[in-house]
Design a protein around this ligand. Structure first.
Ligand SMILES: [Zn+2]
Length: 238
């Protein structure tokens, strides 16, 4: 799930300008690694200008927060993320006033991503990226050289830029050429829950192997399979 995007080759992320959360060398470092770990070909990171006004997408998040606050104040506490998700899914998918035009919102769809499902590629160090605050468009493409980051003042969704052929931007005359520079990134990959589970089972099997108890039953999860199985194991078959 986390690495296979199916037929999607290009991921475009539009985000607020906030350097704490989004626009940082760590975020760029994550992108240069991530594009090579997934089936994606290009990742665009586009940022809104500072002091931009709030629009319907901001309102969408605000509406959900207010609805949850009201539920908590007048009815019941929603202690965990899963409770919030289930409540929203049951009570908040229908949009009362969808609006019109580009940002018309017809239905709210929620997805719950349990902790541990998304691998954490924690960037522990990355080359400085001076002048990052004055740029609003970044992009990375799959393949060597890893670490190459394209950047420009403005974003572009022309036919060339959208597929990662930045030197043939159709709007170059107005927007100027893309520049690039290289980031050297050090990462700390934290295992997913499934990987941890597999490691634990390997350890347990090892303990059983060294004990003289047999036969015994073990619950195991095969690599690449989500559901556990039960097997009877003897000292010969371990
Ligand atoms: Zn372009």
């Amino acid at each position: 799930m986390q690495n296979n995007f199916g037929h999607i080759a290009v991921l475009t992320v539009w985000a607020d300008n906030c350097s704490e959360q989004f626009k940082s060398r760590y975020q760029l470092g994550w992108s240069v690694l991530y594009v090579n770990k997934t089936t994606l070909q290009v990742i665009h990171l586009f940022f809104f200008c500072p002091q931009h006004g709030k629009g319907p997408p901001d309102g969408l998040g605000g509406n959900c927060k207010n609805a949850i606050k009201a539920e908590e104040k007048f009815r019941r506490h929603l202690p965990a993320a899963i409770d919030v998700y289930l409540w929203l899914e049951q009570n908040f998918t229908v949009v009362q006033s969808p609006g019109s035009g580009l940002f018309s919102i017809r239905k709210r769809i929620f997805r719950f991503v349990p902790t541990g499902i998304v691998p954490k590629h924690h960037i522990i160090d990355s080359t400085e990226f001076s002048g990052i605050s004055t740029l609003y468009a970044f992009a990375v493409t799959k393949g060597p050289p890893v670490g190459r980051v394209y950047h420009r003042f403005t974003s572009c969704d022309c036919e060339s830029c959208s597929v990662g052929v930045f030197d043939q931007c159709l709007n170059q005359e107005f927007l100027g050429a893309w520049s690039d520079r290289f980031l050297a990134v050090t990462e700390d990959i934290q295992p997913t829950i499934q990987e941890e589970l597999e490691a634990q089972i390997d350890n347990q099997l090892d303990t059983y192997r060294r004990s003289n108890l047999s036969p015994f039953f073990v619950m195991h999860v095969q690599k690449g399979c989500d559901s556990p199985s039960i097997a009877m194991v003897t000292s010969e078959s371990v």
